[in-house]
Design a protein around this ligand. Structure first.
Ligand code: UDP
Ligand code: MG
Length: 160
């Protein structure tokens, strides 16, 4: 009954999603994960940790010079994160749509940020913004052995 077609092109795309410290504090982890599960994406990595300044400076390497960077670093190290890797067709782009605009004031209702946040400095969640960026971030946050290759038995109901 568990038909699996691992060779289908594009289905193996992966992205990094993180529930930021405000999201963890506000008990939003379950609701956020549920959205990715119910959309049809597959969880292949999951961990909770307090990120170091060093890890975050690599993660946000393109933002080092921005005026908000010191605040961003303080925010992201203020408590534990829940970091995840989700897999599926077009997952990078689709998850950006699910997460919504960086500024919650612009994020549409129905998106994570549009439903759970108000201000850009506390926008609940991170999502990789490109396939290349996702690969870089996944390597930064996860070792290979902590990423699960597994076949979901609803695969043929989710994909042609
Ligand atoms: N950020 C902020 N002020 C800004 C822009 C960004 O505090 O004016 C924070 C916010 O938490 C955002 C993160 O920096 O999510 C990374 O910025 P980026 O532009 O990469 O947005 P994202 O990819 O998270 O939507
Ligand atoms: Mg970004």
């Amino acid at each position: 009954l568990c038909a699996v077609f691992p060779g289908i092109a594009g289905v193996r795309e992966r992205t990094l999603i993180a529930v930021k410290p405000d999201g963890v504090q506000r008990r939003l982890v379950g609701q956020i994960m549920q959205r990715f599960e119910q959309r049809g994406f597959k969880l292949v990595g999951l961990k909770m940790l307090k990120a170091s300044d060093d890890l975050l400076s690599q993660h946000y390497r393109d933002l080092q010079k921005k005026p908000f960077y010191p605040n961003l670093l303080r925010y992201m190290t203020s408590g534990p994160l829940v970091v995840m890797v989700w897999e599926g067709h077009n997952v990078v782009r689709t998850s950006r749509l699910m997460v919504g605009d960086t500024n919650p004031a612009e994020a549409h209702p129905g998106t994570v940020r549009g439903d759970f946040s108000i201000h850009i400095s506390r926008n609940v969640v991170h999502a990789s913004d490109s396939v290349e960026g996702a690969q870089r971030e996944i390597q930064l946050w996860f070792s290979r052995k902590d990423l699960m290759d597994w076949d979901s038995c609803d695969h043929s109901s989710t994909y042609q």
